[in-house]
Ligand binder design. Structure first.
Ligand SMILES: Cc1cc2nc3c(=O)[nH]c(=O)nc-3n(C[C@H](O)[C@H](O)[C@H](O)COP(=O)(O)O)c2cc1C
Length: 512
């Protein structure tokens, strides 16, 4: 098929839209006995138990540098992707993690690559969330291969450890079919959000790499290409080592844009898109890793003459001395299952926005004022306000540079939001429903079809900041990745070029 106007990423997006006409006929009943296990098992390898380093007492290891080192790593992994909850249903246990996941399916796996440190011998490790341990499944030095796979990214010259997130596609595709790729990238984005903040707690700085040679990473981690793919790489710089306070580098590299592709049957779109958005296996490519200035400088995208404009300037959320409230929040976060319908206050809403988008306000508290995204300037925010005391109902554009809400429609959309969120009550009963969107054409012009991955990961990353801010403020929150795509734009008046990436609902939990 050749369509010179629609690239494969746009085609995938169109093909995986939910539509009220077709959704009922497309959905098949789930056979829960077929659900893939969300944990990876290794038959061989040396386990490294991280549980002994978990303690409520932060000073417990003060005198032993080795124990402190292990404690940092143990906390980092627990706060990012460790098990933090358990649900028992029909006699079987279902474990919940620090990062949320669409449907609780956890397609993401987390690997650690060591260059070889005094405490962590060189090689490949998989994080085994179930036992909170690492399994050292490959004992040779692979750092040079990692550098080559990342086109010699400068941060890898000076770091010793790197995390890699992969996705086991079937864990999510089993339920969500082709649309699962969107959720896989959103889930990964949430995990990246946790990693960013858990690193701040443990004196690491994660440097995000989205531009890597997919095939090389596949081989390096011994992944079965049909089943699992690398999604993001994060060298973690140790901030306690002065040589590892490193300059920022580019996070996203462009890939090809494919306008020629065959007729792809249902059920094969996910695999096809993942393959089509890979970067080429050519380690001689010279990349200029200097961050591009333009993306940071882009102005607020939408301004509407004569619309209601409301400043969102807010005092920052307080994460406690030494960020201890951040750690508690990471470990206690849960998605809300039902809202009471009660209003949020305006102060709560603007505090949520402040933490999510105004990173520079959190430097004093020890957070990164400029954490890595792929290109967050491509992601826009629209907010449907159903019930916020002190703010008119309606749909607003959030202007992050000016820090204001700009109203685009004035109406209470509760009933419409119920429908748009596939009749999920969370959409109807939330005080606020927030939409992350992007112009796919513009993003693809900048990054090729790989933009599709970057956009969904950035939207998930922002979603996780909203999640954590909401929990800290005692509010309810849940992501929603199932929605009637085109109808969102029509009903709420969001410009038609903005593809909806993700929804976050916010409200007062009915479960308190
Ligand atoms: C990308 C994404 C999409 C989600 N979509 C929905 C949704 O449509 N409806 C819903 O009730 N929950 C949704 N959730 C919440 C998950 O069901 C929840 O994260 C999961 O059950 C694990 O529970 P926890 O978040 O409390 O740890 C979503 C979460 C993520 C990360």
């Amino acid at each position: 098929m050749t369509d010179l106007t629609v690239s494969i990423a746009q085609h995938y997006h169109e093909r995986t839209k939910y539509n009220p006409e077709t959704i009922k006929t497309k959905q098949q009943p789930l056979d829960w006995s077929q659900q893939p296990v969300p944990f990876k098992e290794y038959k061989i390898g040396v386990p490294v138990d991280l549980k002994p380093y978990l303690t409520d007492n932060p000073t417990a290891f003060d005198s032993d540098p080795n124990s402190i080192w292990w404690q940092r790593l143990s906390r980092l992994l627990l706060c990012s992707y460790g098990l933090t909850g358990k649900v028992v249903a029909s006699g079987s246990s279902h474990y919940l993690r620090a990062a949320p996941s669409a449907g609780g399916l956890y397609p993401a796996e987390l690997y650690l690559i060591s260059r070889g440190t005094p405490l962590l011998p060189a090689g490949l490790y998989n994080y085994q969330a179930y036992t909170h341990s690492l399994i050292h499944f490959w004992e040779s030095d692979v750092w040079t291969k990692l550098q080559a796979a990342c086109y010699w990214h400068p941060v890898l010259e000076n770091t010793q450890l790197a995390l890699v997130t992969t996705a086991v596609f079937r864990r999510s595709a089993w339920r969500y079919h082709d649309r699962a790729y969107r959720r896989i990238c959103l889930d990964t984005g949430h995990l990246l959000g946790n990693l960013e903040l858990a690193c701040a707690l443990t004196d690491y700085r994660p440097h995000l790499i989205g531009g890597f040679i997919d095939d090389a990473m596949q081989q390096l981690l011994y992944l079965d290409a049909e089943q699992e793919g690398a999604i993001a790489i994060l060298p973690i710089a140790d901030l306690l080592d002065v040589k590892q306070n490193l300059s920022l580098a580019r996070t996203a590299l462009p890939a090809a844009t494919h306008f020629e592709y065959p007729a792809i049957p249902d059920g094969q779109m996910l695999g096809y898109l993942h393959q089509a958005t890979q970067l080429p296996l050519d380690t001689t490519v010279k990349v200029n890793w200097k961050p591009t200035a333009t993306s940071a400088q882009r102005a607020d995208k939408y301004n509407f003459p004569f619309c209601l404009k409301v400043s969102t300037l807010s005092p920052p959320i307080d994460w406690g001395s030494q960020l201890e409230q951040l750690e508690t929040t990471l470990l206690q976060r849960r998605s809300t299952r039902a809202y009471s319908g009660e209003a949020l206050t305006f102060e709560e809403l603007i505090a949520l926005l402040d933490f999510t988008y105004q990173h520079q306000h959190y430097i004093d508290q020890g957070l990164d004022g400029s954490p890595d995204y792929f290109d967050v300037s491509l992601v826009e925010t629209f907010i449907a306000v159903s019930s916020v005391t002190g703010l008119e109902e309606g749909c607003y554009y959030y202007a992050p540079k000016t820090q204001e809400l700009r109203q685009i429609r004035f109406k209470n959309f509760r009933q419409e939001l119920h429908f748009l969120c596939l009749w999920q009550d969370l959409g109807r009963d939330a005080g606020v429903v927030l939409f992350h969107t992007a112009d796919l054409k513009t993003a693809i012009a900048a990054y090729g079809d790989r933009a599709y991955r970057y956009l969904h990961m950035d939207a998930g990353h922002l979603g996780q900041r909203l999640n954590l801010a909401a929990i800290r403020l005692g509010l309810g929150v849940s992501g929603i990745a199932g929605f009637f795509d085109d109808q969102v734009n029509e009903v709420l008046g969001i410009p038609i070029d903005e593809a909806v990436l993700y929804i976050t609902t916010l409200g007062r939990s009915a479960e308190r």
